[in-house]
Design a protein around this ligand. Structure first.
Ligand code: TRP
Length: 341
């Protein structure tokens, strides 16, 4: 049988999705879905979100629905791809344990993404680091390897730059596993999208709710206008007749990514650099570009909110995934000698 390679990727449900998710992940997911070359699995990682949001499980519950509605509204399609709810896949937690038994703690602790997140947890949110949080990288490896099945089906993981360390961990664990117990698991591959990161509307770091520098996919036009009008432009110029600078100029950074009229944009940049173009003209153009992108997404979302049963979609997708995950778990247990009779 000719098995299609599988795609597994996911998001933590901790709020509405924003433009950073769109260019950093969703656009790439849509391409994979449209290519028809893969069996795609998109995971709502609610159990992972709980590792640092146990103080607010209601946020996770709300966000599971919001994330799925956001996925639907950008064009991800449960008829073509499986939408999976992580906490409904018990195999994940069993596989996590088996994999954790061959994962040196030092591999987890050296993970740069985890290090940054621990810092943020402590400094920004004043939270303690839970034991489950220290385990989430191995759990994420289990999310991915669930899809190996019995025949080492190739697995591709489209992710943002910050997730690559997790896929490396998965590869390290697979190599250790295969060496110890025979070649039973495939080494997953990561795929990083073209736009690895979108700066926040304040030009800082990346989009994040807590910094208030976000444009959500479901934001109404007036919020988009407000966020764009607040963007930093060129701090060096006093009046709009002065020559302007493009570097670090947030509206232009966004136009570079979202404006489809490249010739028009090149012309605007040229005029801006010469002097004589006001920031408002640039921002009005960006507002228009973002409205063109987000208006159809917003409309689809409104329709889906009315007539879609999000949890039925998740039940269906999770059922598809679990058939494979059970097969994987059997394979792994057998390789480790845990097949008692
Ligand atoms: N860690 C990812 C995030 O923070 C979510 C995630 C969970 C994931 N399991 C995954 C991503 C498996 C890729 C593959 O968004």
């Amino acid at each position: 049988m000719n098995q299609k390679p599988r795609i597994l990727t996911g998001m933590r449900p901790t709020g509405h999705l924003h433009l950073g998710h769109y260019v950093g992940a969703l656009q790439q997911w849509l391409e994979f879905q449209a290519s028809g070359q893969y069996d795609c699995f998109f995971l709502v990682a609610d159990a992972q979100a709980l590792t640092d949001h146990a103080d607010d499980p209601q946020l996770i519950k709300r966000s599971v629905r919001d994330v799925v509605l956001d996925w639907l509204s950008v064009g991800l399609d449960p008829k073509k791809s499986a939408f999976v709810l992580q906490s409904w896949v018990p195999e994940t937690f069993q596989l996590e344990h088996l994999l954790a038994c061959i994962t040196p703690q030092s591999w987890v602790e050296r993970n740069p993404t985890l290090k940054v997140e621990i810092q943020q947890l402590k400094s920004q949110r004043g939270q303690t680091v839970t034991s489950a949080f220290m385990r989430y990288p191995v759990q994420q490896v289990a999310d991915i390897l669930n899809l190996a099945g019995a025949n080492k089906t190739p697995i591709l993981v489209p992710v943002g730059e910050d997730q690559v360390a997790h896929i490396e961990l998965a590869r390290d664990i697979v190599r250790a596993f295969n060496k110890a117990y025979g070649n039973a698991l495939p080494e997953p591959q990561s795929r990083v999208g073209a736009v690895a990161r979108l700066v926040g509307t304040d030009g800082q770091d990346k989009m994040s709710k807590s910094l208030g520098n976000v444009i959500s996919l479901s934001d109404p036009p007036e919020v988009i206008r407000k966020q764009v009008m607040r963007m930093y432009t060129d701090p060096t110029r006093a009046k709009s007749s002065d020559p302007g600078h493009l570097e670090g100029n947030v509206p232009f950074m966004y136009l570079d990514i979202f404006d489809l009229d490249k010739a028009g944009l090149t012309d605007l940049k040229r005029r801006y650099e010469m002097g004589g173009v006001g920031d408002v003209e640039v921002k009005e153009r960006l507002i228009c570009v973002l409205d063109n992108l987000l208006d159809p997404i917003r409309k689809r979302r409104a329709r889906f909110e009315e007539d879609v049963d999000v949890f039925q979609i998740l039940r269906d997708g999770t059922a598809v995934e679990r058939i494979i995950a059970e097969e994987t778990l059997e394979t792994v247990k057998k390789a480790m000698g845990l097949n008692y009779r």
